[in-house]
Design a binder for this molecule. Structure first.
Ligand SMILES: [Fe+2]
Length: 217
């Protein structure tokens, strides 16, 4: 689950968004992911990451230790900029499973009555939850590979796992390289260009199929 901190590519495949900026900072017991995305035009409204149109999302997410993350989110949503915070925590309960808990809080937009704000908050929190559950679906089906073969855009998986080794161990056994400051920014220009071509292809196929069914009908 913690591997997600460095996983740039899953924002395209799992959350249906282009990651236009992606950087990790590991230091001490904190591991942070700084992310900007814009929605995929071929998959609209699927989650908070892909709200459709020209929508963008800013996400600054930090693990404070091995078991909980706080994700500060700011995004375009129906013409507004909405701020929210997603928290999740997970702790091992058996050698092969975790207890996972999560919650969302949404900043109240100005000018809404109490009942409108309550409706808005619960609707928006569900929308953020759709994005989170896209990750959960993966976690339920993935297995750990200790020595993954990485490609250029995979992010600092090994450094993150080294950071994680400072936990569930004796303090005396923490090595300097587990806690040293480490920064890594992925240049997403090239992968995003490739994905844009893929999305353009999807849209062209869809248009062709629509034209064909109009022709047939
Ligand atoms: Fe994710």
């Amino acid at each position: 689950m913690v591997d997600n901190v460095v996983d740039m590519a899953h924002f395209f495949y799992i959350h249906f968004a282009f990651p236009t900026y992606f950087k990790n900072v590991l230091e001490g017991h904190v591991a942070t992911q700084y992310l900007r995305t814009k929605a995929r035009p071929d998959v609209a409204g699927a989650s908070n990451y892909a709200a459709g149109g020209e929508s963008t999302l800013h996400s600054d997410a930090s693990y404070f230790g091995p078991s909980y993350m706080i994700d500060n989110l700011k995004q375009d949503y129906q013409g507004m900029t909405v701020e929210s915070v997603l928290t999740n925590c997970h702790y091992p309960v058996t050698p092969t499973s975790f207890m996972l808990q999560w919650g969302v809080i949404v900043r109240r937009p100005p000018g809404l009555s109490d009942s409108q704000a309550a409706r808005f908050g619960s609707k928006f929190a569900k929308f953020v939850g759709v994005g989170f559950e896209q990750d959960v679906a993966i976690w339920l089906n993935k297995t750990q590979i200790d020595n993954p073969l990485l490609c250029a855009e995979d992010g600092p998986v090994y450094q993150l796992r080294r950071w994680y080794e400072q936990f569930y161990t004796d303090v005396a056994d923490i090595e300097p390289d587990m806690v040293a400051r480490y920064e890594f920014e992925i240049d997403t220009t090239q992968p995003v260009a490739g994905w844009e071509a893929e999305v353009a292809g999807n849209l062209a196929l869809r248009r062709a199929a629509a034209d064909e069914s109009r022709g047939a009908g």
